[in-house]
Design a protein around this ligand. Structure first.
Ligand code: TYM
Length: 332
């Protein structure tokens, strides 16, 4: 049985990209794996959230995990900051990470933009903390969306650098698990941009807590083109918004995109969008209602996270002692 670790930043309401690219796969993997699912609040600090909002989004994200189907009795669900080993290991690994590796990270370049000198050190070191999240538990598999692939490759490189530096075979190289369907859900306003929590347009994404009318409205307003739906995805090559909507439909109905093309070939987008909105409502509706129920009882919700954190802390503490020992840090 492998051990999976993954996380989401509590920087806003989760969207169907997070659900289809990450959460849904965690749920499917939980039976065959030991699961550790953190809410990466330390990573969120790189964006300077308001403290009260950060606390609220941390609970909201935990509720989304559970409502999506992660069983809190079988898996550890916890805020990253509750296990201090993540930050400690991050420093130890930072000392093994050449700057050249960090300079290649496309996410830093995108987020820092032109004002690189004003970006904070935390944003730059973000992938090292992410490597620590994974390696501190010696996780074997990391289920994420495609956008995290480069960070996972870096985590593997850092693990290798540590093993090499100390002549040990201590850290296992974690395997990324990127599901083919829905690895990258795009914005509803621009089929070439990733659906993202930080997009300024609310209409670019469907949130897990959107009500049914909002879902229907956002899908009605989703950008498309005047052409009818093509016979195959290849025939729609230059139509990224059309491909994205077909991809979302396919992922939600667990069918290959080709089946959806065949079903709607020649149709305009109006009837397709009606069916897509209904499909999203059928999937998201129960999750949203369960999230509301969980958030109404923060004592129970925090209790799940407390139990999860205790389990994670125990695992992490044992590994940290071993890492300190390997590195020659005197434990007095
Ligand atoms: P975050 O919060 O940006 O995203 C959380 C998860 O959702 C996936 N995802 C998507 N998948 C498909 N289409 C999209 N449009 C889309 N947007 C987001 C992400 O790939 C991710 O799996 N760095 C991570 C958080 C993190 C982490 C970790 C993940 C911190 N430490 C350790 C795994 C292991 C992040 O920013 O996720």
């Amino acid at each position: 049985m492998g051990r999976i670790l993954s996380g989401v930043q509590p920087t806003g309401s989760l969207h169907i990209g997070n659900y289809l690219g990450a959460l849904r796969n965690w749920v499917r993997l939980q039976d065959e794996h030991e699961g550790l699912f953190c809410i990466v609040d330390l990573h969120a600090l790189t964006t300077h959230p308001d403290p009260a909002e950060l606390r609220a989004w941390t609970r909201n994200t935990a509720a989304a995990y559970i409502a999506a189907g992660i069983d809190p009795h079988k898996n550890a669900i916890f805020p990253q900051s509750a296990v201090t080993g993540h930050s400690e290991l991050s420093w130890l690994l930072a000392c093994q990470t050449p700057l050249g590796w960090l300079n290649r990270m496309t996410q830093f370049k995108e987020k820092a933009g032109k004002k690189k000198d004003q970006a904070n050190l935390g944003l730059y070191a973000y992938p090292v903390l992410m490597a620590a999240d994974i390696l501190i538990y010696k996780a074997t598999h990391v289920p994420v969306g495609e956008d995290q692939k480069q960070h996972l490759e870096l985590a593997r490189d850092i693990a290798g650098a540590f093993n090499h530096q100390y002549g040990v075979n201590y850290f296992k190289l974690p395997e990324p698990l990127i599901m083919e369907t829905a690895a990258r859900i795009m914005s509803l306003r621009d089929g070439t941009a990733k659906m993202s929590k930080s997009d300024i347009s609310e209409y670019s994404r469907i949130h897990l807590n959107d009500d049914n009318d909002t879902i229907a409205l956002k899908i009605r307003k989703a950008k498309t083109d005047p052409e009818p739906i093509g016979e195959t995805l290849e025939s729609m090559e230059e139509r990224p918004e059309a491909i994205n909507l077909i991809g979302i439909f396919a992922a939600l109905s667990d069918k290959p995109p080709q089946d959806i093309c065949s079903q709607y070939t020649g149709s305009t987008f109006a009837p397709f969008k009606n069916d897509l909105a209904q499909l999203i409502i059928d999937t998201i509706g129960p999750i949203r209602d369960e999230m509301t129920r969980l958030l109404d009882d923060p004592v129970t919700l925090d209790g799940y996270m407390k139990t999860g954190a205790e389990h994670a802390r125990q695992l992490a503490a044992g590994h940290m002692e071993e890492v300190y020992d390997i590195m020659g840090l005197l434990r007095v």
